[in-house]
Design a protein around this ligand. Structure first.
Ligand SMILES: [Zn+2]
Length: 323
């Protein structure tokens, strides 16, 4: 048990300036799910009104003091910009890849802070002022490819994950969230620190404050003439133009045609929930259960709705139009 950590309003303010892109946030459940034993994230709502809560200084303070654990979104939807890039790696050899990236960023005179995590780490780059998500992504994807660092997705189950995970958000979308640094990881029940400063909130924030921030012109000079590598440039159909998922044979929607790597557990297939995956969640790939007897039936233990799952696989449930 660690001694009580206190977060001053100055620390809370600095934290917000460094990490918070928008008011919406997610919260990690304090109690493990009774069946899976895992701590899922959810969007907190006000009691009574059911309105979605916006992040306050008080909530950030409770996060830093370890009372609750928040997850932060990577993109501000109104500007399509982000204050940071986080590179998440949690596989065998993850740390080596992150150090390789950190070294190479340093050659571009870009400083990156390395945060420890359960199985690897998160490498954070901070921006002088928020930059377009698309532009940070072009930079990091190209850098990783040049270094031969594997990127998860495009057929690879293991590799780094780069936040922001979207070039742009559409109306009403939130994109991906990542566990807010310096809080307590509920699953591991411990705090993870940044390398480079003492394990103390004030020293850590002081360290992050002085990490050199990347400026937009500098970023643009790095990506001049570059685009997203085509294998990662997946264009998502917009809700309006989405092709309804009716197969030529006229069959109904089958979730099994839209998930990969299922395994059999009891009477179910188990796999990574596509909607959770879109939010950077369900790393262990077991949130979704699909009935083996009747594969039309499926559920996400983290509580994603059918609408969310169908949208995530690019087959939104058709909206019935009045005649
Ligand atoms: Zn889910």
């Amino acid at each position: 048990m660690e001694t009580a950590i206190k977060a001053t309003s100055e620390i809370v303010g600095d934290y917000s300036r460094l990490f918070v892109n928008r008011g919406a946030y997610i919260l990690q459940s304090s109690r493990p799910h009774p069946e899976s034993g895992r701590h899922y994230y959810f969007r907190p709502k006000a009691k009574g009104t059911g309105e979605e809560l916006s992040l306050t200084a008080a909530t950030i303070r409770r996060h830093l003091e370890g009372e609750l654990t928040i997850g932060l979104y990577a993109i501000n939807a109104s500007t399509q910009r982000s204050k940071w890039v986080a590179i998440d790696a949690d596989y065998g050899g993850a740390m080596e890849d992150l150090l390789k990236l950190q070294y190479s960023l340093r050659e571009d005179k870009v400083e990156a802070a390395l945060e420890m995590s359960k199985r690897g780490g998160h490498l954070w780059l901070f921006m002088e002022r928020p930059v377009l998500a698309r532009e940070c992504r072009i930079y990091i994807y190209n850098l990783a490819l040049r270094l031969g660092v594997r990127i998860r997705g495009a057929g690879l189950a293991e590799g780094i994950e780069i936040f922001p995970k979207h070039d742009e958000l559409r109306k009403g979308e939130f994109g991906n969230a990542i566990r807010g640094p310096l809080g307590i990881h509920r699953g591991a029940n411990r705090r993870y620190w940044f390398y480079g400063a003492d394990y103390d909130l004030e020293k850590q924030i002081g360290f992050l404050n002085q990490v050199q921030k990347l400026d937009e012109d500098q970023l643009r000079s790095f990506i001049a003439g570059k685009t997203m590598p085509p294998e990662f440039d997946r264009k998502r159909p917009s809700a309006d133009e989405a092709v309804p998922c009716v197969h030529s044979s006229g069959r109904e929607f089958r979730i099994l045609e839209h998930v990969d790597k299922v395994r059999k557990v009891g009477r179910n297939y188990v796999t990574r929930c596509p909607s959770c995956a879109d939010a950077g969640q369900d790393r262990s790939g077991d949130n979704m259960a699909i009935s083996i007897d009747d594969p039309r039936k499926y559920i996400c233990w983290a509580g994603c709705t059918k609408e969310m799952i169908r949208r995530a696989v690019g087959c939104p449930i058709p909206v019935r139009r009045s005649a």
